[in-house]
Design a protein around this ligand. Sequence first.
Ligand code: FCB
Length: 490
Amino acid sequence: MWQDFRWGAATAAYQIEGAAREDGRGPSIWDTFSHTPGRVRGGDTGDVATDHYHRWREDVELLSALGAQTYRLSISWSRVQPGGSGPLNPKGVAFYRELLDALRSRGIAPIVTLYHWDLPQELEDAGGWPVRETAYAFAEYARLMARELGERVALWTTLNEPWCTAFLGYASGVHAPGRTEPAAALAAAHHLNLAHGLATEAIRAELGEDTPVSIALNLHVTHPADPESAADLEAVARIDAVGNHVFLGPVMDGSYPARLLRDTAHLTDWSFVRPGDLVTARQRVDVLGVNYYSTQLVRRHDGEGPAPRADGHGASAASPWVGADDVELLPVPPPHTAMGWNIRPDALEELLLALDNAYPDQPLMVTENGAAFDDELSADGRVHDTARVAYLHSHIAAVLRAREAGVDLRGYTAWSLLDNFEWSYGYAKRFGIVHVDYETLQRTPKDSALWYRELIRTGRLPTVEEAAALPPLDADDADDAGRDASPAAP
Ligand code: FCB
């Protein structure tokens, strides 16, 4: 089925599920982190989140009414295997089984991410991603999920944005577990590459060699402050190595870029890379997932003191850019979203074309793209999120241009179906195409959801202006969503 282009929406377990201590779920590093004072804005936690664990039927109806052809979700590892190793929690497994069955019965293909940042706390207590055993534990968890959920899953994704896991989690510490140890972050990156390879092997050993597997990377599009400056171009190359090729290298080519090893030689000798690891990391990737939001602007730092670091990845005295201390990450010019991230749809096209050029036979999918804005419920009961509609319009147009140009694109999943727990920003940042009232947990599709439904339904890109006049979603839409018609892309 991955020959076609499919439209969908994405979420992640810790950001939406809630029910943090229910039905046998064990704690993850995000439970610990969010409950540590000062780590998450406003002291917000995922204890309740959008309460998806109890309201998932309603959320499946929403997806169905949208006409979604895919739904990208993640499994909470500590819900299905509370300690990260050892016995499964039958209630946790049953939750995902029921959810996947409901999706499939609506004709929605589930794209299941095994790891969207919520490591079981016990594994972190044993050393976390900087230790090799975590990769083996992950592969065993992947094998068990393949056995338990098997054919219910249309496309497996091993890891979501391993860059964030390794470098925000272990270098800058703005994400769980909040450690600031640059050498450990590099070891974490390697063990994530190994984990991806081992898990892919495990899934295919359970379900067959043809089983489609993917990985979702947040690939940084980095531009030089002065395109004529060799020093600035060198700064771009540094960020490209530690931001992108640290994962693309092993996963796609079976090697680390030489310059990454050089740039980080003062921190580690990379002896955690064992013979055979890079062969393991390089498995057939049926779909390479691309998460894209904004761009970065860099310059070589020749000033005094620490280089400025306006990279949109949260404030910390420690840098996530390991081995790139002499690179300045400059404030990016407007327009910006509520995250302060710049809006550059052309750079998404640039990224897709560059990937296609580097890996011509590799199918791609945009697995995350979207924007936070300060939405308001209007007197008419609607959320007229025109800025988000405009963001989606321009970025989807860029995706379609790349597709026209011959890039093998298999789909687009908007981030996010629902407003949710935006990591260290808590509930302050709203990315949903569906609004969530955190007092009542009521869901209200925003104009962007209605616009997206119109796009899926008609197979054409509606204008931004059309959005406000589109009729609300209602239950009947679920029946005539048109998913059975041949999958449409304008
Ligand atoms: C990505 C994450 C996702 C969400 C968006 C805004 O980095 O994968 O969970 O937080 O950013």
